[in-house]
Design a protein around this ligand. Structure first.
Ligand code: ZN
Length: 262
């Protein structure tokens, strides 16, 4: 089993690190300094970098890391021409052997068109998903390049993974996402309990991640577009139709305009 840790970076990013005690890989290094500090502190050898999409807060640390070590850099199809340092382009369905474990690439367009996720069934206790800016705890990424149709389909693919999957998101957006989720489902007791637990974590400057898919299915409105109370909320907010896609599309628009009141 691999160790999973998260390194805070920039203002609210997390760089996820996997290691087997000697070798390590990192996901979406938006800056190099936290990665270099950790691999030196723990005397690890950085062997691979996984990139989920092209945004600078996920890739800007690559050049400094590849200048120091001989590292394989995995990125989405077409990214060798657009992201400095990418050496291996990987697309949907690709299988990678990293740190002695198998990882699967899942295309998840929506936040960006090139967005991919990495899933390791044996990484961590119950498998781990590195989903960048696609799935967040109690939320999902903004639609910068893709459509609601694409994002909804992408989230459904991720939601099909096992309950125990550790969801390793790239941002600490949980507090604002939970505020929106509570506005959608004020009577969801699991959601209310989780919000209270996250407040304790954030007060202690601790990450609220990873979350699990099993929990997200209970608290994340974007994974709950068929739940009657969520459908009713979307309809009351002008949703056209009660299909899961229509509800998802309305929720995404509602979140875009949501102001946290706390
Ligand atoms: Zn992004």
């Amino acid at each position: 089993m691999l160790n999973i840790s998260c390194l805070p970076a920039l203002s609210d990013n997390y760089i996820w690190m996997l290691d087997n005690g000697s070798d390590a890989l990192v996901v979406d290094p938006g800056e190099a300094v936290p990665v270099l500090a950790e691999i030196e502190r723990r005397r690890l050898q950085l062997t691979a970098i996984l990139l989920t999409h092209h945004h600078g807060d996920h890739v800007d640390g690559v050049p400094a890391l590849t200048a120091r070590d001989d590292v394989d850099v995995y990125g989405p199809t077409g990214s060798a021409a657009t992201i400095p340092g990418v050496t291996c382009e990987v697309g949907d369905g690709a299988e990678l052997e990293l740190l002695g474990q198998r990882f699967e690439v899942i295309a998840v367009p929506g936040h960006t068109l090139d967005h991919i996720a990495y899933y390791g069934a044996q990484a961590g206790a119950g498998g781990a998903l590195f989903c960048g800016d696609t799935l967040f705890s109690a939320g999902c990424g903004r639609l910068f390049e893709g459509t609601a149709v694409q994002m909804h389909a992408s989230l459904q693919r991720l939601a099909a993974l096992p309950d125990a999957t550790a969801v390793c998101c790239a941002h600490e957006y949980t507090s604002s996402n939970l505020a929106f989720a509570v506005s959608v489902e004020p009577d969801n007791e699991v959601l209310a309990r989780h919000r209270a637990a996250c407040r304790v974590l954030r007060a202690a400057d601790q990450p609220t991640l990873p979350t699990t898919l099993g929990l997200e299915r209970q608290i994340n409105p974007f994974l709950r577009c068929a739940v009657p109370t969520v459908v009713a909320k979307a309809l009351a907010q002008g949703c056209v139709g009660d299909t899961e896609l229509a509800v998802f599309t309305r929720l995404r628009l509602m979140k875009d305009g949501f102001q946290m009141l706390t």
